[in-house]
Design a protein around this ligand. Structure first.
Ligand code: NAP
Ligand code: 8YV
Length: 301
């Protein structure tokens, strides 16, 4: 847990800590029986919940809650909270940074300077450009909208796919992800990781993006068929990709590391001091609100 959340929570509650989710191994039965709230940034499964007979609330550190068994928590009348909105702009900033890095080879160019190669020759012109591209956004929720605003400011048209048209946005909505991929040459994924999105960015979607295509994923790694992505990058089915998230973090498949046209970041979308502090605040505020007023601030739907 973030130190700021830990410090804030200590001023309101008695705290016990577990280094991982195997709480039966770390906490005695008597301690577990006293626990009424959990603050976490780890997977919370049925076994974890069953180990805490008096649990009322799980406050998860992050907006995505794919690693919390929400259905089981609900069946036990346990509230689950997340940290929406406070990270929207930060994650959108990182998304555009990653897109430009991939297209204009910023990490490679910086490495070129550090390697002392500039004095010998100019860095090669980037084969790709952002100019004249069409950007498709997969997910037009809180963060998707912030990404779209930035893309517009770069002078590029935006279209999107979500199951339902998003309220209050004028961008073209595609009811099918495949049709969206056919219509654009940049695809940015910012959907949650769940059964409905699992491996939905597959070989067909990547082929539809085309040989100039660029794929950016800041949502969840599980949304992508990673084997298909590696193959698409290796064979030139698409031009390049940038990933802030992987299916099995922090493990990076060797085949991915071998690709020059793939930029991988270590899940840093929200990872600035200020934004992570705001997320930590919201974790703590949810627990305080629940125990003081009986109503959490940001319970998941
Ligand atoms: P949100 O407001 O709930 O938006 C989710 C969007 O995805 C909605 O437009 C939703 O529309 C769409 N969607 C969901 N399931 C879909 C499906 N099966 N097919 C098509 N569209 C679908 O969520 P958010 O706050 O923007 O966050 C999105 C996700 O970003 C989080 O869940 C998290 O996994 C990820 N994230 C990553 C980082 C990072 O550090 N890389 C940071 C923050 C968040 P419909 O329901 O109409 O389909
Ligand atoms: C965090 C995220 O990295 O909010 C999310 O869903 O993926 C990120 O903001 C993570 O949740 C904290 O470990």
């Amino acid at each position: 847990m973030h130190d700021h959340a830990r410090t804030t929570l200590r001023t309101h509650f008695d705290i016990v800590e577990s280094p991982d989710c195997d709480i039966r191994a770390h906490l005695s039965e008597a301690v577990r029986a006293s626990i009424r709230g959990v603050a976490c940034r780890t997977g919370i499964d049925r076994r974890f919940i069953d180990a805490l007979p008096r649990l009322e609330i799980i406050a998860s550190y992050g907006v995505g809650y794919d690693d919390v068994d929400v259905a089981y928590a609900r069946s036990r009348n346990i509230v689950v909270t997340n940290t929406p909105d406070v990270l929207n702009e930060e994650v959108a900033d990182l998304t555009l940074g990653l897109l430009i890095s991939v297209v204009r080879e910023i990490p490679q160019a910086a490495s070129f300077v550090r390697a002392g190669r500039w004095s010998a020759t100019d860095y090669p012109l980037s084969p790709l450009t952002l100019r004249n591209r069409k950007v498709g956004i997969y997910g037009m929720g809180r963060i998707g909208r912030c990404i779209a605003r930035r893309v517009e400011a770069f002078g590029l048209p935006v279209a999107y796919h979500s199951r339902r048209p998003a309220d209050g946005v004028a961008y073209d909505h595609y009811p099918s992800l495949l049709d969206l991929a056919r219509a654009v040459d940049v695809l940015i994924s910012i959907v949650p990781g769940d059964l409905s999105t699992a491996k939905s960015v597959n070989a067909a979607v990547l082929a539809a993006l085309g040989p100039q295509g660029v794929f950016i994923n800041v949502g969840r790694g599980t949304v992508v068929d990673e084997a298909a992505l590696v193959e698409a990058l290796r064979t030139g089915t698409i031009a390049a990709a940038g990933l802030d998230v992987l299916a099995d973090e922090p493990n990076v498949p060797d085949e991915m590391l071998a690709l020059d046209n793939l930029t991988i970041l270590p899940h840093i979308g929200s990872a600035s001091v200020s934004t992570r502090t705001a997320m930590a605040d919201l974790v703590a505020q949810n627990l305080v609100a629940w125990f003081e007023n009986g109503a959490a601030l940001t319970a998941v739907p």
